[in-house]
Design a protein around this ligand. Structure first.
Ligand SMILES: Nc1ncnc2c1ncn2[C@@H]1O[C@H](COP(=O)(O)OP(=O)(O)OP(=O)(O)O)[C@@H](O)[C@H]1O
Length: 616
């Protein structure tokens, strides 16, 4: 099996400090982002852009009308000036109209941003789930994958801010363009002065944004741990043990320590940011007042009108504010764009286990069975071989039991059969052909596995059985027959809501089942699908003696003609199998029928003897 290739194109994965070049490069993610947003709703996208464009012209227009208004007031109020005030009131009306328009456009834009943001969050969550469904189990077991997933998840909700941020940025730029054009008409040097005035705070903000990005990013694993601690500290799944073992103090302490540490680091950064902010903004303000003095002096000397004075002072103030905003936004924008990389990185993760391009028809029925040919496997995060040099045949129609001490590799073997992983060494053949030649979904459809750590879905009892073949979830007779076979029918008969009864206490009127009751329900899943190979991984560990006996009586009859693999530590169960495979440290120690292995007097006989003595 090839090594996992969770390569990251995100520069921040390898270092915490990013250069300007990398920040600009991150802006390259924006087109792909806008494409995603466009796909969510072209109408909202266009509407939003259009309204923002109109809104961008309003500040300059308002200031200019203000200038005309003041000049007109001066003209009318001059001794011997004209009496006709029509033009004056027209200007007042125009300014009022612009004010109303600006507010209305602001609301409309905010509404569109909100709608677009919500839609985007929903669609992206769906895509995240769809993509997760394609990935390998191994990828889910990797902590760096989880960090990536976590960051990608955060992207789905936080992106509304990015959306309005970028749109707002463009709007502001156009606004500034109008205002700057006005200023340039009077004196182009004013523009230069503005740039000088805003530069210090831009550099400062950029620096601190960078630091805060690095901090947030380097704390992703801890933030995940905080979420986990919050969950463990307050969830129905853990409440029992948290209480019995008195864990809440321990959990809260751990949470407090971690969150305090993060708070302290964040606080130090925030304080230094605020302090520098005051100094750098003061520099900018000094620049502003320098220009103000110049404008006022020109007005006093009569070189510009009173209207010009207000227009210039207003434009200057606005351009400075807007530019500051744009530059500030720019650095957070590059930061957001870098975060976006996480989303794209996540979507770029490819599963390694998939169907081949040309698919071999799945044998129906299986004739020769499964052959393990010198199979070896180790988990990515482990140095140890979980299985090594494993060769045996699971014949068609055979009932095979897997026996071995904890960690011997039994579950791993089953996972390889279902192609949750692929072998690193050797191969597994089905009717003479590598498992990798068959369609993955079809293979899994033909194999029914109930794992020891099966999932207790917080859904109805019926669905908890139907997950064995979810397409059949409305096939009530099938669900009920499966329930009868796994003895779940007696459990469900006691539930007031029957098959519709919500299980687990997370939602509504959910009821909790006992461990054995849950196991009977989960076992029902194995009978839902018409699988050719049924695998039960310690299926009866929680069942009482009578239930276990009955389950295996039925299992024997119902899997007649089918292949089955049973993993169990109970030899009363194991001995019913046609053959027993004894694993030790990932290698095959013995294989044979119960009597053959007893006769051999090896490890199986020893373990069997140990358990039998316990009952004497
Ligand atoms: N996801 C995993 N990542 C890394 N190592 C794993 C993983 N799952 C199992 N292992 C390791 O692989 C070895 C075999 O595990 P496996 O679950 O197959 O044992 P088992 O025989 O089914 O044990 P048990 O009887 O306790 O269920 C063990 O050493 C275990 O620690």
């Amino acid at each position: 099996m090839a090594k996992k290739t969770q390569t990251s194109t995100n520069p921040a994965d390898t270092k915490d400090e990013l250069s300007w070049r990398e920040r600009f490069a991150a802006l390259g993610n924006l087109p792909a982002f806008f494409k995603l947003v466009w796909e969510v709703s072209p109408a909202l996208f266009i509407g939003n852009a259009f309204l923002r464009l109109i809104r961008a012209a309003i500040p300059a227009a308002t200031l200019y009308i203000g200038k005309l208004l003041i000049d007109e007031v001066v003209r009318l109020s001059a001794p011997g000036g004209p009496d006709d005030t029509t033009y004056l009131w027209t200007l007042v009306g125009a300014e009022f109209g612009l004010a109303i328009l600006s507010t209305a456009l602001g609301r409309a834009v905010a509404l569109m941003d909100g709608l677009l943001g919500d839609l985007f969050a929903n669609r992206t969550s769906v895509r995240l789930m769809e993509h997760a469904a394609t990935l390998d189990l191994e990828q889910f077991e990797d902590a760096t994958f989880y960090d990536k997933l976590e960051r990608a998840r955060r992207q789905t909700n936080g992106r509304t801010a990015l959306l309005s941020g970028v749109f707002g940025q463009v709007q502001e730029l156009i606004s500034v363009g109008f205002l700057a054009a006005g200023l340039a008409v009077y004196n182009p040097w004013l523009l230069l002065l503005i740039l000088v005035a805003v530069t210090p705070s831009f550099i400062g903000d950029n620096y601190f944004n960078q630091r805060s990005y690095s901090l947030t990013r380097s704390w992703t694993p801890e933030r995940r741990e905080l979420d986990y601690l919050r969950f463990v500290g307050a969830s129905d799944e853990t409440a029992k043990e948290v209480k019995i073992f008195g864990l809440s103090g321990f959990l809260i302490d751990r949470f407090r320590t971690l969150s305090d540490e993060f708070f302290q680091k964040n606080k130090a950064l925030a304080i230094s940011r605020a302090g520098w902010g005051v100094v750098l903004t003061a520099l900018g303000t000094a620049g502003y007042y320098g220009a103000y003095v110049w404008i006022v002096a020109r007005a006093v000397s009569g070189q510009i009108s009173l209207g010009d004075l207000t227009f210039l002072a207003g434009s200057f103030r606005q351009v400075r504010g807007s530019l500051e905003g744009i530059l500030l936004q720019f650095s957070s924008l590059t930061q957001e764009a870098i975060y976006l990389q996480d989303l794209f990185d996540y979507f770029a993760i490819e599963p390694l286990i998939h169907s081949p391009k040309t698919i071999r028809p799945f044998p129906k029925p299986i004739r020769e069975g499964f052959v393990f040919d010198n199979v070896g496997f180790k988990y990515t995060n482990s140095e140890r071989w979980a299985l090594r040099n494993l060769s045996f045949t699971l014949q068609a129609g055979e009932k095979l039991a897997l026996v071995g001490e904890n960690g011997a590799g039994k579950t791993t073997l089953v996972k390889l059969l279902a192609r949750l992983y692929d072998p690193i060494e050797g191969r597994i053949l089905l009717d003479g052909h590598d498992l990798r030649e068959y369609d993955l979904e079809e293979l899994r459809r033909n194999i029914g596995v109930i794992f020891q750590d099966y999932t207790r879905f917080k859904m109805s009892a019926g669905i908890n059985i139907a997950v064995g073949d979810i397409d059949q979830r409305t096939n009530q007779p099938r669900i009920e027959t499966s329930a009868q076979r796994s003895l779940a029918d007696t459990v469900i008969a006691k539930l007031s809501g029957g098959y519709d009864q919500q299980l687990g206490r997370s939602f509504g009127k959910g009821v909790e089942l006992s461990g054995g009751e849950w196991q009977k329900v989960a076992l029902g899943r194995a009978y839902m699908r018409d699988a050719q190979l049924i695998i039960l991984d310690e299926p009866t560990a929680a069942l009482d003696a009578r239930a276990e006996y009955e389950v295996f009586q039925r299992f024997g009859q119902l899997t007649d003609g089918k292949s089955s693999v049973i993993i169990s530590h109970r030899f009363s169960t194991v001995r019913m199998a046609d053959r027993i495979l004894v694993l030790e440290n990932g290698t095959l120690l013995e294989i044979g029928s119960h009597y053959e292995l007893l006769e051999k007097d090896g490890r199986y006989a020893e373990l069997f003897g140990l358990q039998a003595r316990g009952y004497q």
